[in-house]
Design a protein around this ligand. Structure first.
Ligand SMILES: Nc1ncnc2c1ncn2[C@@H]1O[C@H](COP(=O)(O)OP(=O)(O)O)[C@@H](O)[C@H]1O
Ligand SMILES: [Mg+2]
Length: 265
């Protein structure tokens, strides 16, 4: 509930009198409150906070992202007030029942990222950066094994997160840098009618490998189609259609690598 937080004055003024809807879609642990035209995201203070806001500001006018309206911090939290992206999450039933539209629009969004000139991009999420962060998470017991794919750990998988981390360190794929969203899953991609309306949740956005987004998009399509989150199965979705729409041949080794890397986040 928003009343669990003591909002900084500037933020409080901007949303005063408005009643938000709490959004429980994400897994990041952030508090997300959706107002008519604004969204307030409240996250624990981390090294990442400022970089995300800087990234959002840099992207404004380049691709559709929420506009940063006000950002404040106290000792515990960062309060990010941004514009509300119009439309619906691409995992909405409306799009899940229209696989052609869904997959072609996701591919279009991805190509939109690839078309951004990355010179001057303020955040670099190359594989070394990702592995360093993954190492920190492994060393500090922050990896939640409960939320990983059933095959990743255990009998036929890796022994534990450390074992996976070591494998990732010694099997780095070659690097194809683009502007990468970093968490290219359906709830973070918005659509309105038959068009793409925006990227949200830019906490891992920056220069990164092209296959990072492809891998997470592919997995997200499959999971949402299998009813992993909603319980509803959509039999008409063929995730492999993504490669046709992107006009590239799938590289399943790289896809596997980036899905495994994401298991540590
Ligand atoms: N700017 C925004 N416009 C519209 N909806 C948003 C916006 N930001 C967040 N949401 C909604 O809240 C959900 C969770 O927010 P998100 O930033 O993705 O949090 P998390 O990091 O927990 O995934 C999103 O999937 C979306 O439904
Ligand atoms: Mg999200």
């Amino acid at each position: 509930m928003i009343s669990d937080f003591i909002l900084p004055q500037n933020i409080g003024k901007l949303v005063s009198g408005q009643v938000p809807e709490a959004n429980n879609t994400g897994y990041s642990g952030a508090g997300v409150f959706v107002f008519d035209d604004l969204v307030l995201k409240i996250e624990k203070i981390s090294e990442n906070n400022d970089a995300t806001v800087e990234m959002m500001r840099w992207l404004e006018g380049k691709i559709p992202v929420p506009k940063v309206i006000c950002c404040e911090k106290d000792n515990e939290y960062q309060y990010l007030l941004m514009s509300r992206t119009p439309g619906m999450m691409s995992c909405d039933k409306y799009y899940m029942e229209r696989p052609e539209l869904l997959i072609s629009t996701l591919a279009l969004a991805m190509k939109m990222l690839w078309s951004v000139d990355i010179s001057g991009c303020p955040r670099d999420r190359n594989i070394e950066v990702e592995l360093k962060e993954a190492e920190y998470r492994v060393e500090n017991g922050l990896v939640d094994i409960e939320r990983t794919e059933p095959s990743t750990f255990g009998e036929r998988g890796f022994k534990d997160p450390e074992d996976l981390l070591n494998w990732l360190k010694s099997n780095k794929p070659d690097y194809e840098p683009v502007l990468s969203h970093g968490d290219f899953c359906l709830p973070n991609l918005f659509m309105e009618g038959d068009r793409f309306s925006g990227f949200i949740d830019l906490g891992a956005t920056g220069i990164g490998d092209k296959w990072r987004d492809i891998a997470l998009c592919y997995r997200s399509l499959k999971h949402n189609a299998e009813g992993f989150y909603s319980g509803k199965v959509y039999s008409g979705i063929n995730a492999d259609r993504l490669f046709d729409e992107l006009g590239i041949k799938p590289d399943f080794e790289k896809i596997r690598y980036y899905i495994l890397l994401d298991e540590l986040f």
